[in-house]
Design a protein around this ligand. Structure first.
Ligand SMILES: NC(=O)c1ccc[n+]([C@@H]2O[C@H](COP(=O)([O-])OP(=O)(O)OC[C@H]3O[C@@H](n4cnc5c(N)ncnc54)[C@H](O)[C@@H]3O)[C@@H](O)[C@H]2O)c1
Length: 142
């Protein structure tokens, strides 16, 4: 990982699992991190800011800077608010990790297209689109 001092990263679904690992690694590399997580169940139900706040506390205990955000990134309006929150808190956005996703525990054959849409595409398009509309966001989305 390069030195990310001065950079600002948003990681969606960063309260747990792979997203949490991304957030901790980015912070360790020097980035200020917006830790987004809806905090719902494995099936995407409900919301709770606690997982995102716990990761923020982990980053701060290690000497980093982070902010928690509970937006549902599958929703275009909330994804836009996430980007605005990052810009308002840290002044820029350099890195967007579209990690958030939910589990639909089915085979490909039995998984309806609406389920695939919910699990993946809807978690990616809103944050990426909201970032692209803001000139202060500077770099690539993953
Ligand atoms: N773990 C695996 O083996 C695996 C394999 C392939 C793909 N993936 C994908 O990688 C990503 C992370 O997987 P994981 O195992 O760490 O999952 P996880 O369930 O441990 O963590 C995902 C996090 O995303 C959050 N989230 C879900 N929908 C959200 C939304 N709309 N807005 C904001 N936050 C939301 C959840 O609250 C959860 O904390 C997912 O997209 C998953 O589909 C995981």
């Amino acid at each position: 990982m390069p030195n990310l001092t001065g950079k600002v990263a948003i990681v969606t679904g960063a309260g747990r699992g792979i997203g949490r690992a991304h957030a901790l690694a980015l912070a360790e590399a020097g980035a200020r991190v917006v830790v987004n997580d809806l905090g719902g169940s494995l099936a995407g139900q409900g919301n709770d800011l606690t997982p995102a706040q716990q990761v923020v506390e982990e980053i701060e205990r290690a000497g980093g800077e982070a902010a928690a955000n509970g937006a549902n990134v599958a929703d275009f309006a909330q994804a836009g608010e996430l980007i605005e929150t990052a810009l308002g808190t840290f002044g820029r956005v350099d890195i967007l990790v579209n990690n958030a996703g939910i589990l639909r525990d089915k085979s490909f054959a039995s998984s309806p297209s609406t389920s695939r849409d919910t699990s993946h595409r809807r978690g990616t398009r809103p944050p990426t689109g909201a970032s692209a509309r803001r000139p202060a966001t500077t770099s690539a989305a993953a």
